[in-house]
Design a protein around this ligand. Sequence first.
Ligand code: CMC
Length: 429
Amino acid sequence: MTEYAKIEFEGKIYEFPIIVGSEGEKAIDISNLRQMTGLITLDPGYANTGSCISSITFMDGEKGILRYRGIPIEELAEHSSFIETTYLLINGRLPTRDELNQTSILFNDHSLVHEDMQIFYQNFPRASHPMGILSAMVNALRSFYPELQTIEEEINITVTRLLSKVRTMAAMSYKISRGHKVVYPRPDLSYCANFLNMMFDTPVKHYDIDEDLVKALNTFWILHADHEQNCSTSAVRLVGSGRVNLYAAISAGIAALWGPLHGGANQAVIEMLSDIQEDGGNYHRAIERAKDKKDPFRLMGFGHRVYKSYDPRAKIMKKMCHKVLKKLHITDPLLNMAKELEAAALKDDYFIEYNLYPNVDFYSGIILRAMGIPTNMFTVMFAIGRLPGWIAQWKEGADDPKWKLGRPRQIYTGPKKTQYIPIDKRCTQ
Ligand code: CMC
């Protein structure tokens, strides 16, 4: 039986149905609110607004739960591969062995990038940020791969192209930015091994693929693969709702992810830790600054809109960080400082009161650094990982025959109607 919420306004009572999700989450369906009452809702940052109904990812921020298609992130991180998780997110179920093999073959078949794209790369100014380049290049893919005959074929092939080419493009931009020869994808290598090889193999030094690092990269990308209606995913859905092509929608997602409050936090964390270290290692000062409301400084890698307990991805990332550093015989002073900073912050009254815990980005930069990924490529690594989630969320919208154009309203507070004054009659002072 449907439950209703009642709103009383100007002496009248209006009823709105309650929508219940499969995990018992409840929402008031206010899609007819304005029509019935003349009112709209105001919710800056959409903190209380459900923008869609989705069956892809479930999060419980209070309990620190994250599941893709019902499967806990801890199980996927332990047992799955990035390609298998990608299949799960996009198709709604785990693949059979045949389907998984077929997916890998398709990714290999589409892994090359049009040679003409290298000219674009070479002409970006040297100081360009790789996220700006990636966003522009993903958008440009549309011009290189024009429309196909049927919508079904179009979607399948575009999704495959995007997933496969994005890692080639990321590695290519790194090589070109260093003035090195581009390394092409190899059909004998898996998705993650191929990426590491394209990044680090050189004509003078052969890159030995380390299976532990391949596993770590798989886990890293699985942890980033989806996170329901976050800033960049909402950007993909909103831009996509205008029926733009998928490349353009993903390009918008990449741009949104770039920000330091979102995916750009992984770069910002390492920069923050390095600054503290260069300044003598006094992390207590950083904590004090983060608490000072007159100081815009925030402790990067701490806090989350949804998680009000430990981010489950951060737990896995922290463990993996130790494993990777041990395996590579690396002692990173930033890791020790990160752990001390975390312990001090978690005991601090401000962080306790505001429920601020480490998020996925707090430890991820230390792993990426150990792998040899340059700091300005950290957010690109996040973007490659988030791609299956963006695609799955876009597809869920596109598969809905009632996918509505995203178009929020506003409360206007500007001037009331005012007259235009021709320039020669305006006060010149
Ligand atoms: N350090 C100090 N204070 C903080 C922090 C922080 N990292 N995060 C939140 N606060 C305070 C903030 O100052 C505010 O205080 P007040 O209410 O007194 O003004 C209060 O907590 C609420 O902050 P908010 O920005 O309104 O809340 P939010 O839910 O929008 O915050 C956040 C989420 C991620 C933007 C924020 O925690 C933050 O800026 N964190 C640092 C950046 C970061 O690590 N981002 C990565 C997020 S995880 C990756 C991803 O999925 O995008």
